[in-house]
Write a protein that binds this ligand. Structure first.
Ligand code: DGL
Length: 267
């Protein structure tokens, strides 16, 4: 495996771009491949079997593009499929974990709110996390149906997005949560709106920087780090229509980019 091979990253849609952004900052010389499975978003309400099949197909596609490591930039896919990917493939597989630990250890009110999909909140992984850190703080969970669809449509601050987010944050704030964990990679794009609704004192925790650092460590540990220190490129694919998802990916990435269609075999 060449150290200059790219890193493959995927999500149910555009949410994983919030993780890709931190990977780009952490590893400026690496080439990055990103797959947005937007034709199948949201994963949050789908069966684990469906998500496993998508995760396997997309990982195989990324490995065909010579990926030297895979980042599952999706909490829902992590819960459903990370263990299967690790058992099946030999490249390093880095995945998400809602940041319950740092939140539970740093809350001042003793109450933490977790925003995530139903898939993540009902997973064994999440149950283990809350039972490990539940003694340090009260952990309130809030599924957020509809929010991923708003972000997939590029609506980060419109009336409907604001109304949904207010509805989801209110019960947490009423119970004095002072720390909000973003347990879905789509939600970091809503940080300004969350802060506006919840107030500037509420602490929002996004695990993406920690995931990017973990990727850095894993690549270094496997002698897979690129010697290039800058100039890394990125390539984007989507399973939805490029004309529809392409502009949203460009909007969230913050640059004019080319987005390709995921090959038919992977639909
Ligand atoms: N971005 C995803 C996550 O982190 C998936 C959301 C979804 O597709 O429902 O959970």
């Amino acid at each position: 495996m060449a150290v200059t091979n790219p890193i493959g990253v995927f999500d149910s849609g555009v949410g994983g771009l919030s993780v890709l952004r931190d990977i780009r900052n952490e590893l400026p010389g690496e080439d990055l491949l990103y797959v947005a499975d937007s034709a199948h978003a949201p994963y949050g309400e789908k069966s684990p079997e469906f998500i496993q099949a998508r995760a396997l197909a997309i990982t195989e596609f990324l490995l065909e593009q010579q990926a030297k490591a895979i980042v599952v930039a999706c909490n829902t896919a992590t819960s459903a499929a990370a263990a299967i990917l690790r058992a099946r493939f030999s490249v390093p597989i880095i995945a998400m974990e809602p940041a319950v630990k740092p939140a539970a250890l740093s809350t001042q009110t003793g109450v933490v709110g977790v925003l995530a999909t139903r898939g993540t909140l009902s997973s064994d992984n999440f149950a283990k996390l809350t039972s490990r850190f539940g003694e340090h703080a009260e952990i309130l969970v809030q599924p957020c149906p509809g929010l991923v669809e708003q972000i997939e449509a590029g609506d980060l601050s419109g009336e409907k997005t604001k109304a949904l987010l207010t509805q989801y944050l209110q019960p947490l704030l009423q119970r004095h949560a002072d720390t909000i964990v973003l347990g879905c990679t789509h939600y970091p794009f809503l940080v300004p709106l969350i802060q506006e609704i919840a107030g500037s004192k509420v602490v929002i925790i996004d695990p993406a920087p920690a995931v990017a650092r973990e990727l850095h460590r894993r690549l270094a540990g496997s002698s897979l780090l690129s010697p290039k220190v800058d100039g890394g490129r990125q390539h984007f694919w989507t399973s939805a229509a490029v004309t529809k998802t392409g502009p949203i990916i460009a909007q969230l990435w913050g640059a004019k980019i080319k987005v390709q269609s995921l090959p038919v075999a992977f639909y």
